[in-house]
Design a protein around this ligand. Structure first.
Ligand SMILES: Nc1nc(=O)c2c([nH]1)NC[C@@H]1CN(c3ccc(C(=O)N[C@@H](CCC(=O)O)C(=O)O)cc3)CN21
Ligand SMILES: CC(C)C(=O)C(=O)O
Ligand SMILES: [Mg+2]
Length: 278
């Protein structure tokens, strides 16, 4: 793994050479630094921060200001990985001008190197305008959480023939509009395989099987750090929720019982000085 910054060319070459692209989310400086130091290729500042760090029950309330605030913290911690900022709900649906301005803030204020936006042919025009401004765009198809109110729940997408054909057409439309890569979220494994084989741009899967050109997960999910959230695709590599809860309770118990702080946690002072103060 070289230390050079990951660019869109890296994504293209990885697909050509059959090297999987690794991507994870981060929302703050320390996590971004750890993810970058682990050699992960791309860091997504996802609007999932609405769920994971802001406590909302969907990604709908997340604003451009929320995104920029967290992207700034993340980019301060990253040297190699490509930082990609999610375009939040409604940030690229009002006009071409508004879309480009919002995408521009993610790079210019946030310091990210690309944006990601949800949707198919209906956002192709926005993608074209953003790409024309020199901003790399990653697409996102399948389960698009910002459309939760239309999907009627977080469910696998593209299962029947009509839905699969629509997904294929959407993927072609946004590829045509200029995306450098496409996230496929909760798409059946064979359909994700077919899309990966037929598209020119690399696919990055989440709940889309092993044939995608790369994988992404929400870091808090793989660390077991986000409550009881455990969809089928989110493998847990650690149990931090339990670890943290145990540590917090141990602290409470030690303070209450007088075990903490111990002598080793305090600072001394000359006895004769202290004597004059009494
Ligand atoms: N912490 C976190 N992780 C995520 O992956 C994530 C977020 N938040 N917030 C935004 C969206 C919401 N996502 C979700 C949420 C739930 C399921 C889920 O319950 N999936 C079912 C599939 C049910 C089916 O159709 O069969 C599963 O069992 O995996 C999937 C994706 C993905 N995104
Ligand atoms: C789950 C990924 C792809 C995402 O969009 C997010 O974290 O917001
Ligand atoms: Mg997102």
């Amino acid at each position: 793994m070289s230390n050079e910054r990951v660019t869109t060319a890296y994504f293209r070459e990885a697909k050509k050479e059959g090297r999987p692209v690794t991507m994870l989310t981060a929302y703050d400086y320390p996590m971004a630094k750890m993810v970058d130091d682990a050699g992960i290729d791309a860091i997504l500042v996802g609007d999932s921060l609405g769920n994971v760090v802001l406590g909302y029950d969907s990604t709908i309330p997340v604003t451009m200001d929320d995104m920029v605030h967290h992207i700034k913290a993340v980019t301060r911690g990253v040297r190699r990985a490509m930082v990609i900022g999610d375009m939040p709900f409604l940030s690229c649906h009002l006009s071409r001008e508004e879309s480009v301005r919002n995408a521009g803030r993610i790079l210019q204020e946030g310091g990210a190197r690309a944006v990601k936006l949800e949707g198919g042919r209906e956002v192709a025009e926005a993608i074209r305008a953003i790409v024309a401004a020199g901003i790399p765009v990653m697409g996102h198809l399948g389960l698009t959480p910002q459309s939760i109110n239309q999907m009627g729940g977080y469910k696998v997408q593209g299962k029947d023939e009509a839905a699969a054909r629509k997904l294929i057409d959407d993927a072609r439309a946004i590829q045509e509009a200029g995306v450098f890569s496409i996230v496929l979220e909760c798409v059946p494994v064979p359909l994700a395989k077919m899309l990966t084989e037929t598209l020119d741009v690399p696919t990055i899967g989440i709940g889309a099987g092993p044939h995608c050109n790369g994988q992404v997960l929400v870091t808090h999910d793989l660390l077991g750090m986000y409550g009881g959230f455990s969809p089928k695709f989110a493998k847990r590599y650690a149990q931090l929720h339990e670890d943290i809860s145990r540590a917090l309770q141990a602290y409470r118990e030690e303070v209450q019982s007088g075990t903490f702080p111990g002598p080793e946690h305090g600072f001394g002072m000359a006895e004769e000085v202290m004597a004059r103060l009494y």
